[in-house]
Design a protein around this ligand. Structure first.
Ligand code: SF4
Length: 336
């Protein structure tokens, strides 16, 4: 059966974006939902994600989901956001503009009528205040075509409301951080098992942001392996050119080995439970000693005074050094 119109949703899998979709499905609008991923945790394969699996709710209520990876475009806005970073390295306003631009392009390709989101006026400090909502719509070149069904009655009518394609009276006037009205609507529509509001992607995490900021201050090029390494282990900056990364468990040790460059050096203790430690930077007497001491610090047995640490790029060129574990007061100075 032909629907009244076709809307493209930004869909995180969370409560607000799901409700925005349900409001429009109930107005007989066809919905295609775009779920975005990036390299900073909004990745459904990762438990630290701020995104949620979008498929169960799509199956239940009958709309289509398409996954879109923002890849390098997202990395660019993290490095140099037009509207700056939030409290940490999160460029939320630029991020929303980017997602909306992608949605606009998709809307034009499939011949849909408008784009909509689950944004709620005043819910998030950086990206969901009224002036920011206007900036986002303007910069995404979606003025008049961007509907926020949960707060629509608090905002100027969009083209699709003015034309009667969407009935404004059946949209909502929600604002602020309380989720009371959303929970009422979820019960009314039979939306169950919705996740708690997420804090955001990894870029809202202080310690991850510290590592990223440090990396960008010391390197021009940022590869995906670099980004993946930032997610694992303990990180220490020894000098302008040298970073040491220590695995905290077997999973992290494996990731460190997987994401390292050929020019990086691996350090491990011999004969005791040892982390895998990565030295990224020049190998010299000072970096060998410091990296070996850090490795020794995180070994299972480290009460013997001196510990033998091996280091290598390939196993046939393995060398060793005896060191005492680094002391905490020294580590604090170099920890990222
Ligand atoms: S927290 Fe901000 S930067 Fe991260 S995905 Fe969400 S909107 Fe984008």
């Amino acid at each position: 059966m032909k629907k009244r119109g076709h809307g493209i949703a930004l869909f995180s899998g969370g409560l607000d974006s799901a409700l925005a979709i349900l409001l429009l499905l109930r107005q007989d609008i066809e919905v295609t939902a775009l779920s975005f991923m990036n390299h900073f945790g909004c990745d459904l394969s990762d438990r630290s994600s701020c995104g949620h699996d979008p498929y169960p709710v799509a199956d239940k209520f009958g709309f289509t989901v398409k996954m879109v990876h923002l890849a390098d475009k997202f990395v660019q806005i993290v490095k140099d956001p037009k509207y700056g970073h939030g409290k940490n390295m999160n460029p939320c306003i630029d991020c929303r503009i980017l997602m909306l631009r992608e949605a606009k392009q998709f809307m034009e390709i499939v011949g849909a009528d408008f784009v909509f989101t689950g944004e709620v006026v005043g819910q998030r400090p950086m990206s969901q205040r009224k002036p920011q909502l206007n900036i986002v719509a303007r910069d995404a070149d979606l003025k008049g075509k961007l509907l926020r069904p949960l707060s629509a009655k608090l905002l100027p009518p969009t083209e699709v409301e003015l034309s009667g394609l969407v009935d404004r009276d059946r949209l909502e006037a929600i604002s602020g951080r309380s989720r009371k009205r959303q929970i009422e609507l979820a019960e009314k529509y039979g939306l169950e098992d919705y996740p708690n509001p997420a804090a955001g992607c990894l870029l809202t995490d202080q310690s991850y942001s510290n590592r990223l900021r440090d990396f960008l201050a010391h390197n021009e090029h940022l590869s995906f392996d670099d980004l993946n390494l930032m997610r694992v282990g303990r990180h220490f900056r020894l000098d302008r050119e040298t970073v040491v990364i220590v695995g905290r468990n077997e999973e992290e040790n494996n990731k460190i080995e997987r994401y390292r460059n050929k020019t990086d050096w691996l350090f491990e203790a011999i004969g005791t439970g040892s982390p895998v430690t990565l030295l990224k930077g020049p190998l010299n007497d000072s970096t060998i000693k410091a990296t070996a001491e850090i490795t020794a610090r995180y070994c299972r047995k480290r009460d013997d005074g001196q510990i033998e640490i091996s280091y290598y790029q390939t196993e046939d060129q393995l060398q060793t050094i005896m060191v005492a574990p680094a002391v905490e007061t020294e580590l604090v100075k170099v920890r990222l």
